[in-house]
Design a protein around this ligand. Structure first.
Ligand SMILES: NC(=O)c1ccc[n+]([C@@H]2O[C@H](COP(=O)([O-])OP(=O)(O)OC[C@H]3O[C@@H](n4cnc5c(N)ncnc54)[C@H](O)[C@@H]3O)[C@@H](O)[C@H]2O)c1
Length: 281
Protein backbone atom coordinates (compact mmCIF):
# COMPACT_ATOMS: atom_id res chain seq x y z
CA UNK A 1 0.00 0.00 0.00
CA UNK A 2 1.52 3.29 -1.07
CA UNK A 3 0.35 5.83 1.40
CA UNK A 4 -1.13 8.62 -0.78
CA UNK A 5 2.39 9.67 -1.77
CA UNK A 6 1.06 11.25 -4.98
CA UNK A 7 -2.07 12.83 -3.53
CA UNK A 8 -2.99 15.88 -5.64
CA UNK A 9 -0.49 15.06 -8.38
CA UNK A 10 -1.38 14.84 -12.08
CA UNK A 11 0.45 12.89 -14.72
CA UNK A 12 0.69 11.15 -18.09
CA UNK A 13 1.64 7.49 -18.45
CA UNK A 14 2.84 6.34 -21.89
CA UNK A 15 3.27 2.67 -22.81
CA UNK A 16 0.76 0.44 -21.01
CA UNK A 17 -0.12 -2.34 -23.43
CA UNK A 18 -1.33 -5.15 -21.15
CA UNK A 19 -1.04 -6.17 -17.53
CA UNK A 20 2.53 -7.40 -18.02
CA UNK A 21 3.65 -3.89 -19.08
CA UNK A 22 5.79 -1.95 -16.64
CA UNK A 23 3.62 1.12 -17.41
CA UNK A 24 0.51 -0.85 -16.41
CA UNK A 25 1.98 -1.54 -12.98
CA UNK A 26 3.03 2.11 -12.65
CA UNK A 27 -0.53 3.22 -13.44
CA UNK A 28 -1.99 0.91 -10.79
CA UNK A 29 0.50 2.15 -8.17
CA UNK A 30 0.06 5.81 -9.12
CA UNK A 31 -3.71 5.42 -8.79
CA UNK A 32 -3.26 3.74 -5.41
CA UNK A 33 -0.95 6.59 -4.34
CA UNK A 34 -3.69 9.15 -5.06
CA UNK A 35 -2.58 10.54 -8.45
CA UNK A 36 -4.83 11.45 -11.37
CA UNK A 37 -3.46 10.84 -14.83
CA UNK A 38 -4.11 10.13 -18.50
CA UNK A 39 -2.89 7.08 -20.40
CA UNK A 40 -1.43 7.06 -23.91
CA UNK A 41 -0.42 4.45 -26.46
CA UNK A 42 -0.57 3.96 -30.22
CA UNK A 43 -3.98 3.33 -31.85
CA UNK A 44 -2.77 -0.20 -32.75
CA UNK A 45 -1.70 -0.96 -29.18
CA UNK A 46 -5.03 0.34 -27.89
CA UNK A 47 -6.86 -1.93 -30.33
CA UNK A 48 -4.81 -5.09 -29.70
CA UNK A 49 -3.89 -4.57 -26.04
CA UNK A 50 -6.08 -4.29 -22.96
CA UNK A 51 -5.43 -0.68 -21.91
CA UNK A 52 -9.18 0.02 -21.71
CA UNK A 53 -9.42 -2.26 -18.66
CA UNK A 54 -6.62 -0.28 -17.03
CA UNK A 55 -8.34 3.01 -17.83
CA UNK A 56 -11.46 1.76 -16.10
CA UNK A 57 -9.54 0.58 -13.03
CA UNK A 58 -7.74 3.92 -12.72
CA UNK A 59 -10.59 6.21 -13.87
CA UNK A 60 -8.22 7.52 -16.53
CA UNK A 61 -8.81 8.73 -20.07
CA UNK A 62 -6.85 7.21 -22.95
CA UNK A 63 -5.32 9.57 -25.51
CA UNK A 64 -4.08 7.75 -28.63
CA UNK A 65 -0.66 8.88 -29.91
CA UNK A 66 2.32 7.70 -31.85
CA UNK A 67 5.15 9.02 -29.68
CA UNK A 68 7.32 9.61 -32.75
CA UNK A 69 4.84 12.24 -34.00
CA UNK A 70 5.19 15.62 -32.31
CA UNK A 71 1.67 16.66 -33.33
CA UNK A 72 0.31 13.59 -31.51
CA UNK A 73 2.39 14.49 -28.46
CA UNK A 74 1.02 18.06 -28.52
CA UNK A 75 -2.47 16.55 -28.45
CA UNK A 76 -1.56 14.32 -25.48
CA UNK A 77 -0.13 17.17 -23.41
CA UNK A 78 -2.90 19.60 -24.45
CA UNK A 79 -5.77 17.18 -23.76
CA UNK A 80 -4.17 15.99 -20.52
CA UNK A 81 -4.00 19.55 -19.19
CA UNK A 82 -7.68 20.05 -20.15
CA UNK A 83 -8.81 16.78 -18.57
CA UNK A 84 -6.71 17.10 -15.42
CA UNK A 85 -7.28 20.86 -15.01
CA UNK A 86 -3.75 22.21 -15.37
CA UNK A 87 -0.11 21.32 -15.87
CA UNK A 88 1.06 17.83 -15.00
CA UNK A 89 3.53 16.80 -12.28
CA UNK A 90 4.88 13.57 -13.73
CA UNK A 91 5.37 11.81 -17.07
CA UNK A 92 6.35 8.18 -17.67
CA UNK A 93 8.02 7.21 -20.95
CA UNK A 94 7.72 3.41 -21.06
CA UNK A 95 8.17 2.93 -24.80
CA UNK A 96 10.50 0.70 -26.77
CA UNK A 97 10.45 -1.32 -29.98
CA UNK A 98 12.97 -2.76 -32.43
CA UNK A 99 11.94 -4.20 -35.78
CA UNK A 100 15.41 -5.73 -36.06
CA UNK A 101 14.72 -7.68 -32.86
CA UNK A 102 11.22 -8.57 -34.04
CA UNK A 103 12.42 -9.72 -37.45
CA UNK A 104 15.44 -11.51 -35.96
CA UNK A 105 17.99 -9.36 -37.82
CA UNK A 106 21.22 -9.90 -35.89
CA UNK A 107 23.62 -7.03 -35.05
CA UNK A 108 26.10 -7.53 -37.93
CA UNK A 109 23.19 -7.73 -40.38
CA UNK A 110 20.93 -4.84 -39.32
CA UNK A 111 18.30 -3.37 -41.59
CA UNK A 112 18.98 0.38 -41.41
CA UNK A 113 15.37 1.41 -42.00
CA UNK A 114 14.48 -0.71 -38.98
CA UNK A 115 17.42 0.74 -37.05
CA UNK A 116 16.17 4.29 -37.66
CA UNK A 117 12.72 3.18 -36.45
CA UNK A 118 14.26 1.68 -33.30
CA UNK A 119 16.01 4.96 -32.54
CA UNK A 120 12.94 7.06 -33.37
CA UNK A 121 10.56 5.00 -31.21
CA UNK A 122 12.85 4.05 -28.35
CA UNK A 123 15.04 7.17 -27.97
CA UNK A 124 14.00 10.21 -30.03
CA UNK A 125 10.43 9.91 -28.80
CA UNK A 126 11.81 10.81 -25.36
CA UNK A 127 13.38 13.99 -26.73
CA UNK A 128 10.17 14.76 -28.65
CA UNK A 129 8.15 14.27 -25.47
CA UNK A 130 10.42 16.54 -23.41
CA UNK A 131 10.62 19.19 -26.14
CA UNK A 132 6.84 19.22 -26.59
CA UNK A 133 6.25 19.50 -22.84
CA UNK A 134 8.92 22.22 -22.56
CA UNK A 135 7.48 24.31 -25.41
CA UNK A 136 3.94 23.95 -24.11
CA UNK A 137 5.13 24.57 -20.54
CA UNK A 138 3.09 21.52 -19.58
CA UNK A 139 4.98 20.34 -16.47
CA UNK A 140 4.83 22.04 -13.05
CA UNK A 141 8.04 23.13 -11.26
CA UNK A 142 9.52 20.17 -9.35
CA UNK A 143 7.71 17.83 -11.74
CA UNK A 144 9.36 14.55 -12.66
CA UNK A 145 9.89 12.77 -15.98
CA UNK A 146 11.03 9.14 -15.96
CA UNK A 147 11.99 6.86 -18.87
CA UNK A 148 12.85 3.17 -18.70
CA UNK A 149 16.27 1.95 -19.74
CA UNK A 150 18.40 -1.17 -19.64
CA UNK A 151 22.03 -1.93 -18.70
CA UNK A 152 22.81 -2.83 -22.32
CA UNK A 153 23.39 0.94 -22.65
CA UNK A 154 26.66 0.46 -20.71
CA UNK A 155 27.56 -3.21 -21.11
CA UNK A 156 27.27 -5.56 -24.05
CA UNK A 157 24.66 -8.24 -23.51
CA UNK A 158 24.24 -11.02 -26.03
CA UNK A 159 21.19 -10.60 -28.31
CA UNK A 160 20.03 -7.17 -27.09
CA UNK A 161 20.85 -5.93 -30.58
CA UNK A 162 20.17 -2.32 -31.68
CA UNK A 163 18.12 -1.67 -28.54
CA UNK A 164 21.49 -1.30 -26.74
CA UNK A 165 22.33 1.71 -28.93
CA UNK A 166 18.83 3.10 -28.48
CA UNK A 167 19.12 2.90 -24.68
CA UNK A 168 22.54 4.62 -24.73
CA UNK A 169 20.95 7.53 -26.62
CA UNK A 170 17.91 7.55 -24.33
CA UNK A 171 20.15 7.96 -21.27
CA UNK A 172 22.15 10.70 -22.98
CA UNK A 173 18.94 12.62 -23.82
CA UNK A 174 17.99 12.30 -20.14
CA UNK A 175 21.19 14.09 -19.10
CA UNK A 176 21.15 16.72 -21.88
CA UNK A 177 17.47 17.68 -21.50
CA UNK A 178 17.63 17.15 -17.74
CA UNK A 179 20.15 19.98 -17.52
CA UNK A 180 18.00 22.41 -19.54
CA UNK A 181 14.70 21.43 -17.91
CA UNK A 182 16.21 21.62 -14.43
CA UNK A 183 17.89 24.95 -15.04
CA UNK A 184 14.93 26.63 -16.74
CA UNK A 185 11.87 25.11 -15.03
CA UNK A 186 13.07 23.03 -12.04
CA UNK A 187 11.76 19.86 -13.70
CA UNK A 188 13.71 16.65 -13.07
CA UNK A 189 14.47 14.01 -15.69
CA UNK A 190 15.77 10.51 -14.92
CA UNK A 191 16.00 7.04 -16.40
CA UNK A 192 15.49 3.80 -14.47
CA UNK A 193 17.63 0.89 -15.64
CA UNK A 194 15.38 -2.07 -14.93
CA UNK A 195 16.13 -5.82 -14.64
CA UNK A 196 15.03 -7.95 -17.59
CA UNK A 197 11.28 -8.41 -17.21
CA UNK A 198 8.94 -10.79 -19.03
CA UNK A 199 6.73 -8.27 -20.85
CA UNK A 200 5.73 -8.16 -24.52
CA UNK A 201 8.78 -6.02 -25.39
CA UNK A 202 11.03 -8.11 -23.11
CA UNK A 203 10.00 -11.44 -24.52
CA UNK A 204 10.99 -10.23 -28.02
CA UNK A 205 14.65 -10.58 -27.02
CA UNK A 206 16.10 -13.94 -28.06
CA UNK A 207 17.24 -16.14 -25.14
CA UNK A 208 15.19 -13.99 -22.70
CA UNK A 209 14.63 -16.88 -20.31
CA UNK A 210 18.36 -17.64 -20.12
CA UNK A 211 19.14 -13.95 -19.64
CA UNK A 212 16.62 -13.63 -16.82
CA UNK A 213 17.99 -16.74 -15.11
CA UNK A 214 21.55 -15.38 -15.41
CA UNK A 215 20.76 -11.91 -14.06
CA UNK A 216 18.71 -13.42 -11.23
CA UNK A 217 21.66 -15.62 -10.20
CA UNK A 218 24.06 -12.69 -10.49
CA UNK A 219 21.95 -10.25 -8.44
CA UNK A 220 22.22 -10.51 -4.65
CA UNK A 221 18.58 -9.37 -4.36
CA UNK A 222 17.37 -11.21 -7.47
CA UNK A 223 15.69 -9.66 -10.53
CA UNK A 224 13.35 -6.72 -9.92
CA UNK A 225 9.77 -7.31 -11.08
CA UNK A 226 7.59 -4.86 -13.04
CA UNK A 227 5.63 -4.19 -9.85
CA UNK A 228 8.81 -3.36 -7.91
CA UNK A 229 9.88 -1.09 -10.76
CA UNK A 230 6.53 0.67 -10.45
CA UNK A 231 7.20 1.29 -6.73
CA UNK A 232 10.51 2.91 -7.64
CA UNK A 233 8.79 5.10 -10.27
CA UNK A 234 6.33 6.33 -7.64
CA UNK A 235 9.19 7.49 -5.38
CA UNK A 236 10.65 9.40 -8.34
CA UNK A 237 7.31 11.06 -9.06
CA UNK A 238 6.94 12.01 -5.40
CA UNK A 239 8.30 15.05 -3.55
CA UNK A 240 10.73 12.78 -1.66
CA UNK A 241 13.19 12.86 -4.58
CA UNK A 242 13.09 16.55 -5.53
CA UNK A 243 16.83 16.92 -6.01
CA UNK A 244 17.37 13.75 -8.06
CA UNK A 245 17.85 14.58 -11.72
CA UNK A 246 19.90 13.66 -14.83
CA UNK A 247 20.55 10.21 -13.37
CA UNK A 248 20.41 6.70 -14.72
CA UNK A 249 19.21 4.78 -11.66
CA UNK A 250 19.76 1.05 -11.53
CA UNK A 251 16.80 -0.98 -10.33
CA UNK A 252 18.22 -4.44 -10.81
CA UNK A 253 18.77 -6.18 -7.46
CA UNK A 254 22.48 -5.24 -7.54
CA UNK A 255 23.27 -6.81 -10.94
CA UNK A 256 25.04 -3.70 -12.28
CA UNK A 257 27.71 -3.85 -9.56
CA UNK A 258 28.41 -7.58 -9.87
CA UNK A 259 31.16 -9.41 -11.75
CA UNK A 260 30.54 -13.00 -10.67
CA UNK A 261 28.32 -14.46 -7.97
CA UNK A 262 28.34 -17.77 -6.14
CA UNK A 263 25.00 -18.82 -7.69
CA UNK A 264 26.16 -17.96 -11.22
CA UNK A 265 29.54 -19.66 -10.68
CA UNK A 266 27.82 -22.85 -9.52
CA UNK A 267 25.72 -22.93 -12.67
CA UNK A 268 28.62 -22.00 -14.94
CA UNK A 269 30.82 -24.75 -13.47
CA UNK A 270 28.06 -27.29 -14.14
CA UNK A 271 27.73 -26.33 -17.79
CA UNK A 272 31.34 -25.71 -18.85
CA UNK A 273 30.96 -28.18 -21.67
CA UNK A 274 27.69 -26.76 -22.98
CA UNK A 275 27.47 -24.05 -25.62
CA UNK A 276 23.91 -23.58 -26.77
CA UNK A 277 24.31 -20.38 -28.76
CA UNK A 278 25.58 -21.31 -32.22
CA UNK A 279 24.94 -18.00 -33.98
CA UNK A 280 27.69 -15.39 -33.99
CA UNK A 281 26.48 -11.84 -33.42
N1 LIG B 1 11.00 -5.89 -20.29
C1 LIG B 1 12.28 -5.70 -20.03
O1 LIG B 1 13.07 -6.65 -19.89
C2 LIG B 1 12.80 -4.29 -19.86
C3 LIG B 1 13.99 -4.08 -19.15
C4 LIG B 1 14.48 -2.78 -19.05
C5 LIG B 1 13.79 -1.73 -19.66
N2 LIG B 1 12.64 -2.00 -20.35
C6 LIG B 1 11.95 -0.87 -21.01
O2 LIG B 1 10.70 -0.67 -20.40
C7 LIG B 1 9.87 0.03 -21.33
C8 LIG B 1 8.49 -0.61 -21.36
O3 LIG B 1 8.57 -1.90 -21.93
P1 LIG B 1 7.83 -3.16 -21.31
O4 LIG B 1 8.89 -4.13 -20.98
O5 LIG B 1 6.84 -2.75 -20.28
O6 LIG B 1 7.10 -3.77 -22.61
P2 LIG B 1 5.68 -3.44 -23.31
O7 LIG B 1 5.75 -4.13 -24.60
O8 LIG B 1 4.58 -3.76 -22.40
O9 LIG B 1 5.73 -1.85 -23.51
C9 LIG B 1 6.31 -1.23 -24.64
C10 LIG B 1 5.31 -0.17 -25.07
O10 LIG B 1 5.85 0.67 -26.10
C11 LIG B 1 4.70 1.08 -26.87
N3 LIG B 1 5.10 1.66 -28.16
C12 LIG B 1 5.76 1.06 -29.18
N4 LIG B 1 5.87 1.91 -30.22
C13 LIG B 1 5.30 3.08 -29.82
C14 LIG B 1 5.10 4.35 -30.46
N5 LIG B 1 5.54 4.60 -31.69
N6 LIG B 1 4.46 5.31 -29.75
C15 LIG B 1 3.99 5.09 -28.50
N7 LIG B 1 4.14 3.91 -27.86
C16 LIG B 1 4.79 2.93 -28.52
C17 LIG B 1 3.97 -0.25 -27.04
O11 LIG B 1 2.66 -0.09 -27.55
C18 LIG B 1 4.02 -0.79 -25.63
O12 LIG B 1 2.91 -0.34 -24.88
C19 LIG B 1 10.62 0.03 -22.67
O13 LIG B 1 11.32 1.24 -22.82
C20 LIG B 1 11.60 -1.11 -22.48
O14 LIG B 1 12.72 -1.02 -23.32
C21 LIG B 1 12.12 -3.25 -20.44
Amino acid sequence: MINQLLQGKKGIIFGALDEKSIAWQVALKAHEAGARFTLSNTPTAIRFGTIEQLAELCHAEIIPADATETTDLETVFGRSMEILGGKVDFVLHSIGMSMNVRKKRIYPDLDYEYFMKTIDISSLSFHKMLQTAFKMDAINPWGSVVALSYIAAQRTLYAYNDMADAKALLESICRSFGYIYGRERKVRVNTISQSPTMTTAGSGVRVMEGLMDFTDRMSPLGNASAEECADYCITLFSDLTRKVTMQNLYHDGGFSSMGMSLRAMRMYSRSLECDECPEVD
